[in-house]
Design a protein around this ligand. Structure first.
Ligand code: NDP
Ligand code: HSE
Length: 441
């Protein structure tokens, strides 16, 4: 190895990801040093419990419970504790003491990103966070660097492995959610409290991060419309399959142009997380198990798909170490930090203003005039029917009920939801079985 500068690296956290980062840093020290142009000296690892079992064999003398002392004097601080505090304070301390920061902390960046990026700007340091969205998949750097000369129009991501595992098994096996959720917990994909995953909070954090970067706009977490998968039933999955679709939890980040009420430039964005139908031939439909994928549509580049492991200790460590190499190079080069661009500052639309297609499934009375009545309500609500399928449970038995599956043309969400309310209240409608958005066609 050539003679390098030494950079002091502080690691905060030695859990699933941190222990793998420490292990890889130690095992691949020479290669990493050559790529970084500096000897990366792992100065210490801050943890809560010095005696907790670790996933990797780490020298006991590197462990400390005194994160503050470790941070001060470090050139690069890798934050892999998770959560808001003390991670936020440690990152601010690191930046203010001249370090560049690497973090995988999506919860922190989605809620305190602007504060952290401003602090980095003030001191000319950089914050790297490739692992904060979609784990091992390179997506932050492509959005920030590779596509810097293009205009991203839309991102559709499967960015939560736990929910993809659950929906994929429900689709493949006709399983019920409760059964596959229990398996996901047993296999260690879902936490004992799976709320952050199944209610879409984790995906919403990642959507806020991706949209901020793609559209040069600060996207607060509260501006992300979020729905989880707990309302998805086996019957919905079966119906989706029958109609040539699959249900996926999608993070959709979209640029909208040319509509009234948008920014002075006629543009706005929408950022939303919900379970949606996608055609079975769409590339995202082939994303199975705990894998993640991010489908990016850019004005000049066209369609791009980034696919792989969205979580896992060693997989995520790969993204973290890529950032450590970038941070080391920047630290040596000096000058201004990478910086986060919010120059566009586009308004984020309310979910009511979103325009997409829908599939509405109704149980209705099976008697003359019902179809006309339902069509009339849709027409009055400015919702145009694209496809319509009627089935009766048993034509010979004449149960008096029929099932209608209505595919709509693109409609405004506010119109659609008012129309569904009117349908639900109408005498001919026995039950609104489901309303799902259709994306990707
Ligand atoms: P873990 O919970 O496995 O590990 C957290 C580590 O931080 C532990 O070593 C813990 O110490 C230490 N820690 C927590 N709080 C403190 C504190 N107050 N003082 C000192 N040490 C503390 O988390 P993960 O490794 O799973 O995740 C780390 C980050 O990476 C999170 O932001 C997460 O969202 C992100 N991430 C994780 C992925 C994954 O697959 N796990 C994928 C993508 C991102 P001790 O061990 O002593 O308790
Ligand atoms: N709980 C997350 C998932 C881990 O299931 O994808 C990675 O952020």
């Amino acid at each position: 190895m050539i003679d390098h500068r030494r950079l002091r690296v502080a690691l905060l956290g030695a859990g699933a990801v941190g222990s793998q980062v420490a292990d890889l840093m130690r095992r691949h020290a020479d290669e990493l040093g050559d790529r970084a142009g500096a000897t990366l000296e792992l100065a210490g690892i801050a943890v809560r419990d010095l005696d907790a079992p670790r996933d990797a064999d780490l020298p006991r003398e590197l462990l400390t419970t005194d994160a503050e002392t470790l941070i001060v004097g470090s050139d690069i601080v890798i934050e892999l504790m998770g959560g808001i505090e003390p991670a936020r304070t440690h990152i601010l301390t690191a930046l203010n003491s001249g370090a560049d920061v690497v973090t995988a902390n999506k919860a922190l960046l989605a809620t305190h990103g602007p504060e952290i990026f401003d602090a980095a700007d003030q001191v000319g340091a950089s914050v790297y966070y490739e692992a904060a969205a979609a784990g091992a998949i390179p997506i932050i750097r492509p959005l920030r660097d590779s596509l810097a000369g293009d205009r991203v129009q839309r991102i559709m991501g499967i960015v939560n492995g736990t929910t993809n595992y659950i929906l994929d098994r429900m689709d493949a096996e006709g399983a019920e959610m409760a059964d596959v959720l229990a398996d996901a917990q047993r296999l260690g994909y879902a936490e004992a409290d799976p709320t952050a995953d199944v209610e879409g909070y984790d995906a919403a954090q990642k959507a806020a991060i991706l949209a901020s970067l793609a559209f040069h706009t600060t996207v607060p977490l509260q501006a992300v419309h979020r729905e989880g998968i707990t309302g998805v039933t086996k019957a919905m999955m079966d119906a989706a399959r029958h109609a040539g679709y699959v249900v996926k939890l999608l993070a959709v980040c979209e640029r909208l142009t040319g509509r009234t009420g948008l920014s002075p430039h006629g543009e706005a964005i929408s950022v939303r997380v919900y379970p949606a139908l996608i055609p079975r031939e769409h590339p995202l439909a082939g994303v199975h198990g705990v894998n993640n994928a991010v489908f990016v549509q850019a004005e000049a580049a066209g369609n791009l798909m980034f696919y792989g492991a969205g979580a896992g200790g060693v997989q995520t460590a790969s993204a973290v170490l890529g950032d450590v190499v970038s941070a080391a190079r920047r630290h040596i080069a000096g000058g201004a930090g990478v910086g986060e661009s919010t120059r566009a500052n586009l308004p984020v639309l309310d979910i009511g203003d979103v325009v997409t297609r829908y599939q509405i499934t109704l149980e209705v009375d099976d008697r003359p005039g019902v179809l006309a009545r339902v069509a009339g309500i849709l027409s009055d609500g400015r919702v145009s029917i694209a496809t319509l399928e009627q089935t009766v449970p048993d034509p010979a038995a004449d149960t008096g009920s029929a099932r209608l599956v209505i595919g709509t043309h693109r409609a405004v969400e506010r119109d659609l939801s008012e129309t569904v309310t009117r349908l639900a209240a109408d005498d001919v409608v026995e039950r609104v079985v489901s309303v799902l958005r259709v994306e990707g066609d």
